[in-house]
Design a protein around this ligand. Structure first.
Ligand code: SAM
Length: 325
């Protein structure tokens, strides 16, 4: 009798509350979630070692926003991962030795949350994870090690890209080197115009149709409103306006995330869209606007009211102007 009560209590504890934003470290919070409960995860974790755990905090965000501000003094940071060890430095042997360990630590950290994510996803659930084009492979390997298999590597093409790295002509000029002009156009990096989104999936139950009938996920909506077939390059989905930057320094365009939700999640009342690294809540707002349940986790308590405010604002806008959504 006692064991039966214990099992029952555990089952009640494990019930997933929909449309909730949890505060805490997603690696721990996910442990409380029931197995096979999430329909889709769209997430944008910290891009590399600099942001792990305590380093992604208010002081880090402040440091970034103080250094790069747009004309209207709104918080906006360009060139993510700005300031990270991976972004700067001369790629010599010493740099490599120092950064190699950070790459490995980042992969180990990814493995902790991808393992938990795999458990909480339903069979056939798609998982789309953003990362920089330099570090996407690390996240992809962690996801695969956890049991997901890779479906695609999507490209989110931004409207602009800023050349970074070393401009050899300028550098030599500064050093007073008379050969500087001979090196016009020689640079250490390309213009970075895209971000990577690795799309993985939890293995299906038997086949697509059986999975869809059982877990309500597994298949993608690939034909657009104009009849064209959806490409794996996502473009022309910029931010509507600067208000989307809100008070977080790495806000994704809402239109882009809505496109992903719409493509990846078949409509069903039980389907929950999940973001374990919620930030200012773009994934959750997108899910809510498209009529899905959502669940988010965010480690920084200060962002939780921002998320709640965004969701409420969009809910009210939708009520007033349903045709716009
Ligand atoms: C790149 S931002 C996400 C921004 C989001 N895509 C948006 O549009 O607002 C990553 C977020 O993950 C949070 N974070 C970092 N480590 C975390 C962890 N272990 N658990 C939960 N959240 C975490 C950070 O505080 C940050 O807000």
């Amino acid at each position: 009798m006692l064991w039966k009560n214990r099992v029952l209590t555990k089952l009640i504890e494990m019930k997933l509350e929909k449309n909730k934003i949890y505060s805490g470290d997603c690696i721990n919070v996910m442990k409380e979630f029931p197995t096979d409960s999430i329909a889709c995860c769209i997430t944008d974790p910290p891009y590399n070692y600099e942001f792990i755990g305590h380093k992604w905090d208010d002081s880090e965000v402040k440091r970034r926003t103080d250094r790069v501000q747009d004309k209207n003094n709104k918080t906006m940071v360009k060139n993510i991962p700005y300031g990270s060890g991976l972004a700067g430095g001369v790629r010599n042997k010493r740099w490599y030795e120092r950064n190699r360990k950070n790459d490995l630590d980042y992969m180990k950290w990814c493995q902790l949350w991808t393992d938990e994510l795999f458990r909480v996803c339903k069979a056939g659930a798609p998982v789309a994870v953003f990362n920089s084009n330099r570090s996407i492979a690390h996240v992809q390997i962690a996801l695969e090690n956890s049991g997901f298999y890779t479906r695609d590597l999507l490209v989110y093409r931004r409207n602009s890209g800023i050349p970074r790295g070393l401009n050899l002509e300028k550098k030599l000029e500064k050093m007073g080197n008379p050969d500087s002009k001979n090196w016009k156009g020689w640079h250490s990096a390309f213009r970075n115009e895209w971000e990577a989104i690795v799309l993985v999936q939890k293995p299906l139950m038997n086949n697509y149709w059986n999975t869809l009938q059982t877990t309500n996920v597994g298949i993608f909506k690939t034909v657009n409103e104009d009849g064209s077939f959806q490409s794996n390059i996502l473009e022309n989905l910029s931010k509507k306006d600067k208000s989307e930057n809100y008070k977080h320094c790495t806000v994704k365009p809402l239109g882009l995330i809505k496109k992903l939700v719409d493509t990846l999640v078949p409509p069903h009342k039980d389907n929950i869209v999940f973001d374990p690294f919620a930030g200012s809540g773009t994934t959750l707002v997108a899910a809510s606007e498209l009529g899905f349940n959502y669940i988010g986790i965010e480690i920084e308590d200060n962002y939780i009211p921002i998320i709640e405010e965004r969701i409420e604002k969009s809910r009210l806008e939708k009520q007033m102007n349903p045709t716009l959504f």
